[in-house]
Design a protein around this ligand. Structure first.
Ligand code: ZN
Length: 119
């Protein structure tokens, strides 16, 4: 698995631009919800989930990858954290409380994917 990722990572990094706040801004295709999308060897990943797996290993089934920086387009592994659905819903409420943001769509998308693999 590691070996596979080491071959893909240079390709992945070509779509990454490091910005001032330390975020790795995804410059490739973005979903309407703001998440990056990365397709490789016929498989499509959310870019931040790919980044997590490439750097830390396989995401356990049912877990989600959260953005600690609240930048959905960020794929910096050190800005990502494993969480569960409940934590993400809490994030959504916190984001909404701070105001100005639209409702996060992530929990709904995650719920639609029964495997928890793609998202
Ligand atoms: Zn970030």
């Amino acid at each position: 698995m590691r070996e596979k990722f080491s071959k893909i990572l240079p390709n992945f990094r070509r779509h990454v631009r490091e910005v001032e706040d330390g975020c790795w801004e995804w410059t490739g295709y973005r979903l309407a919800q703001g998440y990056g999308r990365f397709t490789v060897i016929g498989r499509t990943y959310l870019a931040h989930r790919f980044s997590w797996e490439a750097h830390f290993g396989v995401i356990p089934a049912g877990r989600i990858v959260r953005h600690l920086c609240n930048n959905k387009g960020c794929v910096n592994p050190s800005h990502l954290s494993l969480g569960d659905h409940a934590e993400n819903m809490r994030d959504v409420r916190e984001v909404r409380t701070r105001g100005g943001y639209q409702m996060e769509l992530a929990p709904r998308i995650w719920a639609q994917d029964g495997q928890g693999t793609l998202w």
